[in-house]
Design a protein around this ligand. Structure first.
Ligand SMILES: CC(C)(COP(=O)(O)OP(=O)(O)OC[C@H]1O[C@@H](n2cnc3c(N)ncnc32)[C@H](O)[C@@H]1OP(=O)(O)O)[C@@H](O)C(=O)NCCC(=O)NCCS
Length: 143
């Protein structure tokens, strides 16, 4: 498994995985915008020339926001998301962040377990945060 920053051409694969993993996927354009945002840190997990996982975060001052993280269904439970998260936290810390925040759907047990295990704590709920009306739990970790 290789971990590296996104190349522009990766966005097609990332957008495709977004569609597979989320009911409200980031669009190609939203993903492309990470290349003109110098506060965004992107990371891809690549196996045999194929993107099997990805994530990115945005740092603003002492706070960073984990925008997204996902792993291809055929590659889950191998520690890929945990490694992506660990590396993105390192990038955010290097950019000056002292805390990482994220939002997770209250029904997303897999993601919540991932974040709890990585040391995140639940802070508060954002009622009806998602387009379909589901609540988000905001989680935080001191970096
Ligand atoms: C959530 C997601 C990113 C986890 O990716 P992953 O590579 O399988 O996660 P890891 O293998 O690194 O798991 C690390 C730990 O998280 C927890 N975890 C991950 N998936 C889990 C699941 N389905 N059920 C329970 N715990 C889980 C476990 O504690 C796991 O450690 P373990 O395997 O040693 O028990 C993946 O399921 C995914 O892409 N889901 C769809 C997209 C998504 O929901 N992203 C998060 C948005 S907030």
């Amino acid at each position: 498994m290789t971990y590296r920053k996104w190349a522009y051409g990766d966005i097609f694969a990332v957008a495709e995985l977004e569609k597979q993993c989320f009911s409200d996927p980031w669009s190609f354009q939203m993903l492309a915008d990470t290349f003109i945002n110098d506060r965004a840190a992107t990371l891809a997990a690549e196996e045999g020339g194929r993107i099997v996982g990805y994530g990115f975060c945005v740092t603003a001052g002492e706070e960073a926001d984990l925008a997204n993280i996902a792993v291809d269904a055929g590659f889950r439970r191998r520690g890929i998301a945990a490694e992506l998260l660990r590396r993105l936290e390192g990038e955010a810390r290097a950019a000056g962040a002292r805390r990482m925040f994220l939002e997770v759907r209250v029904s997303n047990a897999a993601a919540m377990m991932l974040y709890l295990r990585a040391g995140y704590v639940g802070r508060y709920a954002r009622p009806r945060y998602y387009g379909d009306g589901e609540d988000a739990l905001v989680m935080e970790k001191k970096l």
